[in-house]
Design a protein around this ligand. Sequence first.
Ligand SMILES: Cc1cc2nc3c(=O)[nH]c(=O)nc-3n(C[C@H](O)[C@H](O)[C@H](O)COP(=O)(O)OP(=O)(O)OC[C@H]3O[C@@H](n4cnc5c(N)ncnc54)[C@H](O)[C@@H]3O)c2cc1C
Length: 635
Amino acid sequence: MATFSTNGVAFYKPPTNTDEYNVFSDGPTTVDDNSHRSTHLASTFDVAIVGYGPVGGFFANLLALQGHSVVLVEQSPHIYDKPRAIVLDHEALRVLQMIGLGKEIAGMISNHAGTTFIGLDGEPIKHFDPLPPPYPLAWFPTVMFIQPEMEQFLRDRGTSRFLRTTPDRDPSHGVVEVLLEHRVVGLDEDAGGVTVHVKDITGEAKFDKNMLDVVSATSLKRPAGAGETSAGDALSSGKSEPPTGAKHEEKQPFSIRAKFVIGADGGSGNSFVRKSLRIPYDSLDFDEWWIVIDTWLQRPAQPPLPPKSRQYCWPHRPGTFIIGPRNLRRWEIKLLPGEDPAIYSDPVKGLDRIKNLLGVYVEDVDAVDVWRAAVYRFHALVARKWTSERGRVFLAGDAGLCAGIRDSVNLSWKLSHMLRHPEIEPSSTPLLGTYQRERAPHVTTIVGHGKSFGLIIGELDLEKAKARDAEMRRLMAEGKVSSYRQAFIPDLDGGCVAEGDSAGGKLFPQPLVSTATGEKVKMDDALLHPRTMSWLIVAKDIEALDWLSSSSNSFMRSLGAQRIVVHPVGTNRSVESGSDTVVVEELEGVLAAWFEKYNARVAVVRPDRCYAYGAAQDEAGLNGLIEGIRKWLTN
Ligand SMILES: Cc1cc2nc3c(=O)[nH]c(=O)nc-3n(C[C@H](O)[C@H](O)[C@H](O)COP(=O)(O)OP(=O)(O)OC[C@H]3O[C@@H](n4cnc5c(N)ncnc54)[C@H](O)[C@@H]3O)c2cc1C
């Protein structure tokens, strides 16, 4: 959809229109999900989410944990089972940790092995690796996973906790209703909320498990020069037809009310929510076709497959090799001008053609079994606005899964604040405006990096490729290029952060800490309320917390802010936790280095926990930060 990753070099793109169709699929993932459906539907909700892809799922979990009621409306009966995201970063893992799934996800991921860019002569022209330890967020910075498996896990272990039908549901959590095979067909926004028109399409549309996005499929376009009879046409025809012989009564749409609506309904090119808000999009001048092939390694290949992921910067066939979790091995291969994607879906010859493609990079092709493959058109489009005029409808997701997860954590705490303060007017509060202000430049920067990597990898001109190799080797030899992936992920450059504060908007570390009981945990897990999206006041020593004036103190208490003291390594100070302040000791010095960098003793961290609002080294500084927050949250 909006993003593709090449050798783990994630090409994150803003909300995008990517047309795709299935080429081949025969794999072990079970994704049927018909049991995941709520009954006894209420008619009013705090938040309605259009689309139960992974991003919709993250929103639902985050909001329900804060006590808000949510309805998820999803047109498909199934989780999309084609090869998509394979790389997650440590921010996404911290969010999974916040929603209580951190420990379990650990069994489903593997560490990224790093990436080597290979030049024309088969030798490296660039290295690109995850950060070495100590890790800033206490997670390995880049990990591999399988998207449909993770989506199923998010539903089974995450959302299922909040369904009305769940017997031991925690009453402090919001209820989540799930409407599968329901399509949102209309939105009417007014000053008090949004009326969402929903149609039950159970059995009405013929949903191919292999291609759920009917709209994308019908708008499939061929790469320049491809033959007239494309598989796109073949596959798109009849997608919305009822199953043969079945007759279905036309069901009338019904309506539900929500205070806020999130459009997590896939690529902005096709997003119903974007269209209904009449928000135009801009093309980011990136439009390519790639085939993505997932395989399982059956035995050690002879000669062995590369020990790290690879970018084959070869003009005759640019491609990527990715080492996935367990024995998953993926190749992402650029289709050449004039190449017809339909040849890979031919029922007789398709598989052999796919194996021939793999043969460009692998000698021992029989060592792998092809599991599934899909051809994607990556067409980067970015919506011009992410919010409706009245401030009650938002666009999110489909700009890369990591970006979508950042959207969810960024917007959820702001919506949660609005839901607790209905007196604040959504159309005029500066807080909601910070969603687009913070997320759009972030996504655009990452797309820029993705495009520049794309130019390196996808060069088709031999002479230009030779010049590229020479230049990249020179830069590599001079040590002038960063070889760390995280160096390409920007911090916030504005929005709800302390103005003029060098720590404002910076990624806030999560140190490994030792607790009063001697347990070694990630800092967020040591909090009194680890699942609550609250403001954090993090101090190097308990005295810094005494700087809070009574007014600052009571304001932060009214927000439910949590307080934690993280003593530097080896200070041997008491780690007794009080009734509202947790005291721990850091194990590796990650947070101490951060405080030193920003010359601070205390930091105020936003409820997304990923970014600092600001940091202070004295009483006036700390109370100044709180005053700033008060302005953001009360207007
Ligand atoms: C080959 C490939 C590799 C990728 N690799 C990576 C990677 O390594 N890392 C990464 O971070 N990202 C990666 N991505 C991107 C990632 O897969 C997507 O960004 C992510 O799946 C988007 O999730 P989403 O929930 O926003 O959208 P989707 O998963 O598209 O979900 C949207 C849902 O909305 C539903 N819907 C649409 N309209 C309606 C309606 N009117 N009513 C009800 N429901 C509706 C759809 O049926 C769909 O289920 C990759 C993508 C591809 C294609």
